[in-house]
Design a protein around this ligand. Structure first.
Ligand code: PLP
Length: 472
């Protein structure tokens, strides 16, 4: 591509993105296309001859955009957010322009050193224990897999990498833990039958006594407990597992403690939420996602470990073609995770933290928490609505309940969710809590303001009114 054409379309694309950031509200939050509708519009065969960028851009607007679900819409209340922000987008643009692959220090020294420095900033921002070292992974799922693999090696004195697992090891997480733990347990060779899902209390947090009981029972049966995954901010209801009590049990039984704070970790930058991290001194590893609530483009997951030596020993490989004369002096992040090739992800994070600074980041997170409290109050005061879980951060779990039986309530709320999402004004998703169908309103999108939350509540209550009038 001619440099001038690149420049011309570069400006055009930035204009498009800048407009998109304000015009995103005009789109339905959830894409309205039907399955197969996009594929029908795409040619089956790849083009023989290249096409002008202008035509590709036209098709981007015509074909691609209708199939987009708009995660950056202020009425995004589904799942958890995957935020971007202007500084992050600009950082990503430069990363794309540089096109570096940062597998080892020498393949871009600044990528390794910036990653080290920015993750040290994050460690301090959250108040994680001094000495924990950070590395960027693509997702929390990958970070948790790294933790499970390192825990496996630690528990077998680094024998499993060499000889495979000779004896079952057991992993513990709460019944509310994310599915990535089960996935990691399967991939890391523990076996799903060696994952114990520990009961939770009324607030959906792990009950430490039940954890200890399970560990003791397993030991009596001749099994080897190896790892506990505690969650700060469960996916269904942002329940906070009691870290200090769990940590003491891990310490006593010599178990690896991994903490999954994928969404909630960002709230650790608030002094008033630091209680979540009490007991952090017991953690062997910790993950949270700046790509969820810290306004950094997907993907960017911050993984911290107490003992980088154990992590490196689990993953290191030394093929001749990757050796450099500086290996003894530098950090080669290729040995800090699964993949060899690595994106320059620290750049966008550096842009975000520098652009907003700690104070503005705290303000934004606090505002989301305030909005959730407001919404919680509306639910509590509305006839036929009920809260389904405590609101610990910015997620509200609720349902419509007019007193019909549980099965009918599940179906009522399923219909309510469908009708809320149908017109594309807002987007909510669901979960089940103790088997009950529950609506989740997750606040955390960067552009969400009080008026958007009010709009959501108005829509939810009016749809509820309509549905309650229908025969069932
Ligand atoms: N852990 C928790 C508690 C989550 O809520 C999620 C996703 O929402 C994950 C892990 C998985 O995150 P990722 O998509 O980064 O793997």
């Amino acid at each position: 591509m001619d440099k001038e054409v690149f420049r011309q379309f570069g400006y055009k694309f930035i204009d498009w993105v800048a407009d998109y950031m304000t015009e995103v509200v005009k789109y339905p939050v959830m894409s309205q296309v039907k399955p197969g509708q996009i594929k029908e519009r795409l040619p089956q065969q790849p083009p023989d001859k290249g096409e002008p960028i202008e035509r590709i851009f036209d098709d981007f607007k015509e074909i691609i955009i209708p199939g987009i679900t708009h995660w950056q819409h202020p009425c995004w209340f589904a799942y958890f957010p995957a935020n971007n922000s202007p500084p992050s987008i600009l950082g990503e643009l430069l990363t794309a322009g540089l096109g570096v692959q940062c597998m080892i220090w020498q393949t871009s020294p600044v990528a390794a050193e910036l990653e080290e420095v920015v993750l040290e900033w994050l460690r301090k921002m959250l108040g994680l224990p001094e000495g924990m070292a950070g590395v960027i992974q693509d997702t929390a799922s990958t970070a948790t897999l790294c933790a499970l693999l390192t825990a496996r090696e630690k528990a077998t004195n680094f024998e499993a990498n060499q000889r495979g697992l000779k004896k079952p090891l057991v992993v513990y997480a709460s019944e509310e833990a994310h599915s990535s733990i089960e996935k990691g347990v399967k991939i890391a060779g523990y076996g799903k039958e060696n994952l114990r899902l520990i009961p939770t209390d009324d607030a959906f947090a792990m009950i430490p006594e039940k954890l200890e009981e399970a560990v003791i029972v397993d030991k009596k049966r001749g099994l080897q407990p190896a790892c506990v995954v505690a969650t700060l901010g469960t996916t269904s209801s942002t329940a906070i597992d009691p870290l200090a009590d769990i940590g003491k049990i891990c310490h006593q039984h010599d178990l690896w403690l991994h903490v999954d704070a994928a969404f909630a970790g960002t709230a650790g930058i608030l002094p008033e939420k630091k209680w979540m991290l009490e007991g952090a001194e017991y953690m062997d590893s910790f993950v949270f996602n700046p790509h969820k609530w810290m306004f950094t483009n997907f993907d960017c997951s911050a993984y911290f470990v107490k003992d980088p030596g154990a992590l490196i020993r689990t993953f290191e490989i030394h093929p001749e073609y990757l050796k450099t004369g500086l290996d003894a002096q530098v950090k080669n992040f290729r040995d800090w995770g699964i993949q060899l090739g690595r994106r320059f992800r620290a750049l966008k994070l550096w842009f975000v933290i520098r652009y907003y600074g700690m104070e503005r980041l705290q303000e934004m997170i606090r505002e989301h928490i305030r909005l959730a409290k407001l919404f919680k109050g509306w639910v509590e005061n509305q006839e036929n609505f009920e809260l389904m879980a405590p609101v610990s951060l910015s997620l509200v779990c609720f349902r419509l309940n007019d007193g019909r039986d549980e099965e009918a309530l599940d179906s009522l709320n399923r219909r309510l969710l469908e009708s809320i999402n149908q017109n594309g004004k807002i987007y909510l998703t669901h979960t089940t809590l103790r088997g009950k169908y529950t609506l989740r309103l997750a606040i955390g999108q960067r552009l969400t303001e009080e008026r958007h939350v009010k709009e959501a509540w108005k829509l939810i209550t009016s749809k509820a009114e309509e549905i309650l009038k229908m025969p069932y």
